[in-house]
Design a protein around this ligand. Structure first.
Ligand code: SAM
Length: 287
């Protein structure tokens, strides 16, 4: 039984890290006109009301999208200002008027971030296994989601590969509710890259005191596919449970994505407590 619902976490610092990275990759890929098939293996409900009971319960969005929105001028004037402007324009399009922190109401989920960038010739398939989340996702309309499939996203992805489009972008963003999910993700990335050697695959993972992601990263290093790792540590690491940061892997990254991410998150670090850091390195070197 799935119990995780992203509505409690939507717009938190991990979401900002994930969605800005996603946007940075899409921007780079769309410099070329050839079509891309986007797959989102763990879609969530696609659209979040930050004034609703789930988001209000812990108010995590205030520490994430709330914080970057309060720093909009500094971020849009930074060296990756164009990328940040695009981020804020997607957020503005989710509202009737561009939001300020005090009237921020909606936060787009990954299907909506992709839908906002999708071109006529691109394809977009999203998977969701939680019945309630899936039903919500089907309500918000294709323009904001893509083609919605009810089912397991990891199996669904493999079944759909290779795509008919010349290029592929996959986002794998599980809730990691069960320990096996880490191993399932690395096995799926391996299979996907075997079927599509040049596919761009993004994997999100949480930084938790139990550090279960480390085994997944060493499995993924065996693939020897070029891969960038971006980690945003936005809280001090404690011995207690709680997530202290967010990680993103980008297999077959577009040219110079490491520099883009480094520059994009440099001004974000100072918005968080002194212990906050952002690192980009190569999990697997470029060949
Ligand atoms: N990607 C979303 C975003 O960025 O807005 C958030 C996704 S949330 C972290 C993970 C989602 O995966 C949850 O909605 C959960 O119900 C769903 N899920 C869990 N196991 C799944 C599976 N095997 N296949 C597809 N979806 C699954």
């Amino acid at each position: 039984v799935l119990s995780y619902q992203h509505g409690y976490h939507a717009g938190n610092p991990a979401d900002v890290h994930k969605h800005l990275t996603l946007l940075a990759v899409i921007r780079r890929l769309q410099e070329k006109p050839s079509a891309i098939h986007f797959f989102d293996t763990h879609a969530g409900r696609g659209w979040y009301d930050l004034r609703g009971p789930q988001a209000q319960k812990n108010g995590e969005f205030r520490e994430g999208v709330g914080r970057v929105l309060a720093a909009r001028d500094a971020l849009t004037n930074s060296s990756q200002g164009d990328l940040w402007s695009q981020f804020f324009s997607v957020l503005a399009n989710a509202h009737a008027t561009p939001p300020v922190v005090s009237d921020l109401q909606f936060y787009p989920g990954s299907p909506a971030w992709v839908a906002s960038q999708r071109r006529e010739n691109d394809r977009h398939t999203v998977f969701e296994l939680h019945p309630t989340e899936h039903d919500e996702l089907t309500q918000i309309g294709k323009r904001r989601t893509g083609f919605v499939v009810y089912g397991d996203g990891l199996h669904g992805l493999i079944k759909n590969l290779p795509p008919k489009t010349p290029r592929l972008l996959v986002l794998i963003d599980p809730a990691y509710e069960v320990k096996d999910e880490y191993a399932d993700v690395s096995a799926t990335v391996g299979r996907a890259l075997k079927q599509c050697r040049h596919g761009v695959v993004l994997v999100w993972y949480p930084l938790l005191p139990a550090a279960r992601h480390e085994a997944m990263l060493s499995d993924l290093q065996q693939l020897a596919t070029p891969c960038i790792r971006s980690e945003f540590h936005y809280k001090k690491q404690s011995d207690q449970r709680g997530m202290y940061g967010s990680g993103m892997l980008i297999f077959n990254p577009p040219w110079q994505l490491d520099t883009v991410l480094h520059e994009a998150f440099a001004p974000v670090q100072s918005l968080y407590e002194p212990a906050a850091t952002h690192h980009v390195d190569w999990l697997n070197a470029e060949v």
